[in-house]
Design a protein around this ligand. Structure first.
Ligand code: AHG
Ligand code: MN
Ligand code: MN
Ligand code: MN
Length: 347
């Protein structure tokens, strides 16, 4: 008889991964890596929620490679991610915002996946209890070199950097977890964009956003306008245009900016609009890192029919030269990103 869906049948991340495996969309080793990432996100969600009462707020007392003062939770979230990936036994190399260099994972015995991640995104918000997130991307080991060729430390480090510096177009999977009024894991394995909301009663991520499509337009923009004076003229002209009510039938665009890429991006995916972190005269490549912020988010937005651009080229086409390389980012609804690209093309 036709399989009638029992009212008690839960569609969870675990059951979805199994179905995707059965459909041949991903192999069991990649599913294991994704499950280990989901575990890390559950742990971080718990730490973030009680950070104020477990002495987990405040600075760690050191800076990361990008020159940012690390929060205690930046460092702890980094360890949580690294431990979960090590324990998966399928991860060969990891690269993190909070690690100066890529790390080769000895415990791997199969799969050898390369995982890049921002363990805690928007961490400047953590002490104020404002939404934060984690961002991740998964690559196959690079064919360019033998990831097990560990003849000497220099060669090993060179291998690790080659393995990690792959263009976003080579991603096998990417996602983020939003730690906010609800904990939502957004994920793609290249066959559409799926969202899972965490139910702490059962300890599972429950499917909540199947096949999410980004609205083609949206009258919300998320830029840090504090940097407006440093933007190139054509970008200032674009931004002025969004505020011109007459141009938009009497109602200008709305500004929404919380200073956490994961939170601002998640709203952009669901409601439409555009998130931008442009370059300015002080930082021509902007602030966001290509490898573990711009590329995974651009992979996700394209899976939902949106666009991710540096303003002059598709983010997924940019091959990183350096692990912590920054690029300008304009991402969200297709028409909104094309609009800002049209202005910048006139520059
Ligand atoms: P992170 O906390 O991982 O370093 O990322 C912070 C990023 C991003 O989350 C956010 O959109 C942006 O920094 C905010 O930068 P400004 O404070 O300069 O607006
Ligand atoms: Mn940071
Ligand atoms: Mn970040
Ligand atoms: Mn971070």
């Amino acid at each position: 008889s036709a399989q009638t869906k029992s009212e008690y049948e839960l569609s969870t991340l675990t059951t979805w991964l199994l179905k995707e495996e059965q459909a041949g969309h991903l192999d069991s080793e990649l599913a294991t890596v994704i499950s280990s990432i989901a575990l890390a996100c559950k742990q971080i969600a718990s730490l973030v929620t009680r950070s104020g009462i477990s002495n987990l707020t405040g600075a760690a007392g050191a800076a990361n490679f990008s020159g940012e003062d690390q929060k205690k939770l930046d460092v702890i979230s980094n360890e949580v991610f690294a431990n979960a990936l090590r324990a998966s036994g399928r991860t060969g190399i990891i690269a993190s915002e909070e690690e100066d260099l890529p790390v080769s994972v000895e415990e791997t015995y199969s799969g050898n996946y390369v995982v890049v991640f921002d363990p805690l995104d928007g961490s400047s918000n953590i002490d104020a209890g404002i939404s934060v997130g984690s961002i991740f991307g998964v690559y196959a080991p690079s064919e360019e070199c033998d990831v097990n060729d560990m003849e000497n430390p220099e060669k090993m480090m060179e291998n690790c950097v080659i393995n990690v510096c792959q263009p976003g177009s080579s991603l096998l999977a990417a996602g983020y977890c939003l730690y906010s009024s609800s904990t939502v894991l957004m994920l793609s394995i290249g066959k559409g964009l799926f969202g899972f909301t965490y139910d702490s009663m059962v300890g599972e991520f429950i499917m909540s956003h199947p096949n999410l499509q980004v609205p083609e337009t949206g009258k919300i923009y998320a830029f840090n306008e504090g940097n407006y004076q440093g933007w190139e003229p054509k970008l200032r002209e674009y931004m002025d245009g969004l505020k011109d009510a007459e141009k938009w039938g009497g109602k200008p665009y709305s500004a929404r900016y919380i200073g956490s890429l994961v939170g601002d991006f998640h709203r952009t995916l669901l409601y439409g609009g555009i998130y931008g972190y442009p370059g300015d005269n002080a930082n021509p490549n902007g602030k966001l890192r290509l490898l573990y912020e711009c590329a995974p988010m651009s992979y996700l937005v394209e899976q939902g029919g949106g666009k991710g651009s540096t303003g002059r080229e598709r983010v997924l086409d940019v091959c990183p030269e350096k692990v912590h390389q920054r690029v300008p980012l304009f991402i969200g609804s297709k028409k909104e990103v094309e609009n800002v690209e049209a202005y910048l093309a006139q520059a």
